[in-house]
Design a protein around this ligand. Sequence first.
Ligand SMILES: [Ca+2]
Length: 295
Amino acid sequence: MATSPLTTLIALLLLAGLRPCSAGVTAKPEMVRVPAGEAHIGSDKGRADEAPPFKTALAAFDLDRTPVTVAAFAHFARQNGFVTEAEKLGGGAVMTFGTGQWKLVPGAIWRQPLGPKAEAAAPTHPVTQVSWNDASAYCAAQGKRLPSEVEYEYASRLGAPDGSAHAFGDALVKDGRYRANVWTGVFPMLNTAKDGYRTTSPVGAFGEDPLGFTDLAGNVWEWTSDWYRPYSEREQPWPPGKPGEKVQRGGSFLCDPSFCYGFKVTARGHSAPDSSHMHVGFRCARSLADTRKSA
Ligand SMILES: [Ca+2]
């Protein structure tokens, strides 16, 4: 029997170590190579902690194309017997819709990020209710690390037209479609889910930027490696044992565009490294030197 072109393509992909999807389309790579360049960070037109803006040279690095999904984290937890800090504590932080109040909800963990009575986390959504320590452990197990906030902002700006306020450009709605998962309605009383999602959305649901990244703005805040402090102090060593908070980037589904700045490309969130929230996830990065080591 003659071999069809599709069969031949799949065979070639398998030989090359690539996994075809059911439609015969090659699976997208897990990471995107971000080229070296001069990063323009911060703004003097935003919040006080975004100033002063500065420039810094960055080496090329790899960054996960999407936030780490619930399915990927489940695989990691199963393989390593990993227990998150929220699981050890017995719960995580959940915001009450309607009042905007945050509570430590017993049983709110990555499998059930809103609590045991709510829906289970969907496999294709970003994992949440993971602390900075959990996220760091996940990345290390993959031979990766968390991105710095400079790397996150640099990657976010690269895929957008120069000077854009967001990773998706300036307009949140284009051709009648939302370009990020944010809060639609009136925070915190009314969540209309006009963008399609009341809480998290599947990674990539709002498309990808020209570099291939998804969800750099909106959906969930993402942990970075940096301590939260003024940019003017960023080169100084962090005193060992000094309490502090870690920077998050990207904003989340709780961000109401009418007053929330979270998903702007320069915005900085922050939280304690052992804290776990229903709207915070992460993605991993890798230095090219580490790529060569593992090759
Ligand atoms: Ca939404």
